[in-house]
Design a protein around this ligand. Structure first.
Ligand SMILES: [Zn+2]
Length: 84
């Protein structure tokens, strides 16, 4: 499913946050964050604060999400109700 990667952002995340976090692009060109085997897709935002929700199981009730501000991960909320 995932073909493209942003090497620079991945390295940036690795430096400041989680060694397993990656900023990737889906086949459809949507930005995704991959963290600990889970992927998060962005939700529409007006400002620099963006909420990302579980990209695979949100339709199945997974409420895990994370928030970024100016490309920095601010917080991670909820737990996945499934395995990666
Ligand atoms: Zn999930």
């Amino acid at each position: 499913m995932i073909t493209n990667r942003s090497e620079g952002l991945r390295d940036w995340f690795a430096l400041f946050w989680f060694t397993t976090a990656e900023y990737i692009t889906s086949q459809k060109g949507k930005p995704l964050i991959k963290l600990n085997g889970y992927t998060f897709c962005s939700t529409p935002a007006k400002g620099p604060k963006v909420r990302w929700r579980c990209s695979t199981h949100y339709p199945h009730g997974c409420r895990a999400a994370l928030v970024t501000f100016a490309d920095e991960i601010l917080s991670i909320r909820g737990e996945h109700n499934h395995k990666p």
